[in-house]
Design a binder for this molecule. Structure first.
Ligand code: MG
Length: 265
């Protein structure tokens, strides 16, 4: 056990103090620190039952797609029922059907999604299995913040546009892509930006992304919404859908499964 310093004991002056200021008046009034001083007991984190593996939804997740239907999704274009294909427990992009987005809106969250580029994929660069996960859909088309989905297994493109990139903003820290035909996972933590009443930025957005269990974005601070041309800019929003991209390239459509989200305070 550490010996307690007597309240009357004058501490030895610290020779390293460059200003030469004495700290004796402070030290003489301090009591000995205790372990309890730094214990925090409330609020108690809620108990959550983890899934049987690291991909199954935990008990407090909102299930966005479980293989059965698109009840949680609408067309981004006109909010009509989403027209992508559900078959054999998976969701496949219908490029003619346009982007789809969740009916619900979100601020901060943890998200899990699985995606698969078809084994017979063709094309190259950005025209090979391109889709996207918009962490916040702030309007029609591709408005929002896009985490790129692409076949990046032996497929060269600009690195801030490959799978795991925050499109045109953040190069992934690694490329853990699996080959076409295999399922891949994204696990994302999204911290939504906040705005002042006048629309100016209060706090920026951050994204942390695990790609097939590998950290590819580490609390990356975004510069604004994703833009194909030009520099990213922030636009005020408070709560937004999550959106999946029907990219216009000619390659075979990719598929998704097992999509769930946990809202965060
Ligand atoms: Mg894309």
């Amino acid at each position: 056990m550490a010996a307690a310093l007597s309240a009357q004991q004058t501490p030895t002056p610290e020779p390293a103090n460059p200003q030469g200021a004495s700290s004796s008046s402070q030290a003489t009034t301090q009591r000995a620190p205790k372990p309890e001083d730094t214990e925090v007991w409330e609020p108690v984190p809620k108990v959550v039952t983890p899934g049987a593996n690291c991909t199954a939804p935990p008990s407090d997740a909102i299930i966005l797609f479980d293989g059965k239907n698109l009840d949680e999704w609408v067309s981004n274009r006109d909010k009509s029922p989403a027209k992508w294909t559900v078959a054999d427990g998976i969701l496949t992009v219908n490029k003619a059907g346009g982007n789809i987005e969740t009916k619900r809106t979100f601020k901060n969250y943890q998200l899990h999604i699985e995606w698969r580029v078809p084994e017979n994929i063709t094309g190259s660069g950005q025209a090979r299995g391109n889709s996207g996960l918009f962490l916040a859909s702030t309007g029609p088309g591709d408005a929002g913040y896009e985490l790129q989905v692409l076949d990046s297994y032996n497929n060269k493109t600009y690195v801030n546009g490959q799978a795991g990139s925050m499109y045109k903003q953040a190069i992934p820290l690694a490329n853990p892509s699996r080959k076409p035909g295999e399922w891949q996972t994204y696990d994302v933590v999204w911290t939504a930006p906040t705005f002042e009443d006048d629309g100016s930025l209060k706090t920026p957005a951050y994204a942390t992304v695990f790609f097939n269990g590998v950290l590819v974005e580490n609390h990356f601070q975004l510069k604004g919404e994703t833009l194909y041309i030009g520099q990213p800019v922030y636009k005020k929003y408070t709560s937004a859908p999550i959106k999946l991209q029907a990219h216009g390239d000619r390659s075979e459509p990719i598929s998704f499964r097992n999509i769930w989200v946990r809202e965060l305070e």
